[in-house]
Design a protein around this ligand. Structure first.
Ligand code: C2E
Ligand code: CA
Ligand code: CA
Length: 636
């Protein structure tokens, strides 16, 4: 019972148990080998002096046990990793009991032998039987109770019996054997301890290795799989589907307003938001789905969807979830998400290609107005290819200076007081391509630097022919964010000898949203060089009048959206009046753009606007046409 309880203590420790079992599978054959060898030696030694009924059946029985057990442990070697810890524990228990039993039985055989042979043979028999117990104990050192059991089961009966023996040689051995047994038990304890320590340290090493592997495959913020692990799991999913048939869906999910939350509330809130969102996504998934965070605010969800309807249902559910406000510590935020889906029904497609297609669909979903889902189809792929082609053509066009700049008049009291420089590009195959198409491509591909510099140089050079007119140049957010932007503008201005006082740089609200100190510094530097800063498309973004206080802005350009809605919606008339009034109070100029009709012009005048730009006063035109118009003097 004690033995049983001692063993039970170890049963919680599965790794130790496994290593104990492994150690037994390695050493038990040696133990049985020794038992077999000693049995054979004893038979040979006592053969002549022993009656036949002992000399044959006893070693015969022992040999059968030895063969069966040796075979058992040889077979066990292959099963170590598939055995449950419960099975391992019971195998160890039976080994401990059987070990003690065999050892005790052997000692009894030794006792029996004391009736036969010479004193020298008897001493040899005793030492050999005791040596079998010692060797067995060393073989069992990983299971300390079993080792002790084997030694003690042999030593006790042998010692007691020999103490009462009449054989003087044998009698003298008893204290030596008892002393040796104590010593051996001490050595066994040490051996067992270092065995256990080794197992512990290998467990620790395995644990830290497991942690390192986990860290390299998971996103530290949300704990979700990262791109690397996603790729592996996606491949596994495809392999499974190849065997079982069926389809699955890859969803690319992107948060619509994450950047704004991050910039407005700070990174801590951004992190909190990502954790909350990932939790909500995870709750909406089935256990068989794979959810990964693959970028700042981008998630990929691989869904075991049985068809397109199931994929659409999940994506709609996620969009609805994200449309609801999320309460963060710093306040409630509305993020929203867009989703691109690729339904994978051909398992020959590369996993990365599946993700790319879902990503393309996501891009389309965002382009068509956010908070939407979009399935991938071949037309999207064509559009993407076309975009790549356009980018390559644009690169060539910039290299060969095939782009031009046109100028649209800005008027005050029907006199041209300035112009806006607008880029133009046309190719033989495609005809005129709108800047609304190729400027974003230039921004995405880094070509915006070359494009922006080209427009600036051209516009600054042309400005000198425009008799003191103001000239507006559009500046992309991507340009200002470049470190050497201010220096570049200064160099181009010096080179072209333009008067910076005549130059207006048009930026958009998005740039000011982040309250980035570097942007502020760039704007301050540009102003100190003499350039004026204009806030373009005013009213289409966040329309916070707060920017007007916080940033060095000289002029705002009221967007065509306001111009269009004035009249049909009286609210817009009052908003425009308020904007003009406020700007005036802050000493900021106002211009309205996209004025197409006389009615619009009148309403803007009534709201207090004095400067205008739009087709009513002239379409964008090449420099020569503009100069001709200027020479023909004023508008009627
Ligand atoms: P934007 O800066 O708002 O430029 C005004 C756009 O409105 C121009 O379109 C112009 O042709 C158009 N427009 C002018 N008057 C009217 C009107 O009365 N009615 C209507 N419906 N539209 C009018 P465009 O030239 O196609 O340029 C589109 C956008 O591309 C620009 O919008 C600007 O954001 C960008 N862009 C154009 N040239 C450049 C450039 O040199 N650099 C950069 N970074 N962006 C540019
Ligand atoms: Ca503009
Ligand atoms: Ca504009």
């Amino acid at each position: 019972m004690l033995l049983y309880n001692l063993l039970r203590l170890r049963s919680n420790d599965t790794l130790l148990l496994k290593e104990q079992y492994r150690s037994l599978t390695r050493l038990m054959q040696s133990m049985y080998g020794v038992i077999f060898g000693v049995t054979l030696t004893l038979v040979v030694t006592f053969y002549e002096s022993m009656p036949a009924w002992i000399a044959f059946p006893m070693p015969g029985m022992l040999t059968v046990i030895v063969v069966i057990r040796t075979w058992h442990w040889l077979a066990a070697r292959r099963r170590v990793d598939v055995m449950t810890s419960h099975q391992q524990l019971s195998a160890i228990k039976s080994t401990a009991f059987m070990g003690a039993g065999i050892s005790f039985g052997f000692a009894l055989i030794g006792l029996l032998l004391m009736n036969y042979g010479s004193p020298a043979q008897q001493a040899l028999a005793l030492i050999m039987i005791w040596a079998v117990a010692v060797v067995s104990a060393f073989c069992l050192h990983s299971v300390l109770v079993a080792a002790f059991g084997v030694v003690l089961a042999a030593t006790f009966p042998l010692s007691i019996a020999f103490m009462v023996s009449e054989n003087p040689t044998v009698g003298k051995l008893v204290p030596i054997i008892v002393m040796m047994t104590v010593l051996i038990m001490f050595v066994l304890t040490e051996l067992h301890n270092s065995f256990a320590k080794l197992v512990r340290s290998s467990e620790n090493a395995a644990q830290s290795e497991a942690l390192a592997v986990h860290a390299s495959l998971h996103d530290p913020l949300t704990g979700l799989p990262n791109r690397t692990l996603l790729a592996t799991r996606l491949e596994a999913m495809m392999a499974r589907k190849r065997e079982s048939g069926g389809v699955f869906a890859v969803h690319c999910i992107d948060l619509d307003r994450f950047k704004e939350v991050n910039e407005t509330f700070g990174h801590v809130a951004g992190d909190e938001l990502l954790r909350r969102v990932s939790q909500q996504f995870a709750n909406a998934c089935e256990p068989s789905d794979i959810l990964a965070r693959t970028g700042g605010d981008e998630f990929i969800l691989v869904q075991e969807a049985k068809d397109a309807d199931a994929a659409e249902a999940l994506a709609s559910h996620l969009i609805i979830l994200m449309a609801a406000p999320i309460a963060l510590e710093s306040g409630r935020v509305f993020v929203g998400c867009s989703i691109g889906i690729f339904l994978v029904n051909d398992m020959a497609i590369e996993p990365l290609e599946c993700v790319r297609r879902a990503d393309l669909a996501l891009y389309e979903a965002k382009r068509s107005g956010r908070q939407r889902l979009m399935f991938f189809d071949a037309t999207i792929d064509d559009a993407q290819r076309d975009k790549q082609l356009l980018r390559d053509e644009l690169r060539d066009a910039l290299l060969h200076e095939e782009l031009t700049v046109v100028y649209q008049a800005q008027v005050c009291e029907r006199r041209i007081v300035g112009v806006e420089a607008l880029i133009r590009w046309s190719t033989r195959e495609r005809g005129a391509i709108s800047p609304s198409i190729f400027v974003p491509i230039a921004e995405e591909s880094g070509l915006i630097d070359a494009l922006g510099n080209f427009v600036m140089r051209r516009a600054f050079l042309d400005s000198r022919k425009m008799k003191g007119l103001r000239i507006s140049v559009n500046i992309s957010a991507a340009q200002i964010r470049m470190r050497d932007f201010v220096e570049k503008v200064r160099l181009i201005a010096n080179e072209t000898e333009v008067d910076p006082m005549l130059v207006e740089l048009e930026i958009t609200e998005g740039l000011l949203l982040g309250q980035d100190p570097e942007i502020r510094q760039a704007l301050d530097q540009l102003r100190s060089l003499g350039f004026r800063i204009v806030l373009d498309d005013f009213g289409t973004g966040y329309s916070s009048l707060g920017y007007l206080h916080r940033y060095p802005i000289d002029k705002i350009k009221i967007d065509r959206m306001f111009v269009l809605n004035m009249g049909p919606d009286a609210k817009y008339d009052s908003v425009v009046s308020a904007i003009v009034g406020m700007a005036r109070a802050l000493n900021i100029d106002v211009i309205a753009e996209g004025v197409e009709t006389e009615a619009e012009h009148m309403r803007l005048l009534a709201a207090g606007c004095r400067d205008f730009q739009g087709f009513l006063f002239g379409k964008p035109k090449p420099l020569e046409a503009l100069l001709e118009e200027l020479n023909c003097a004023h508008y009627a």
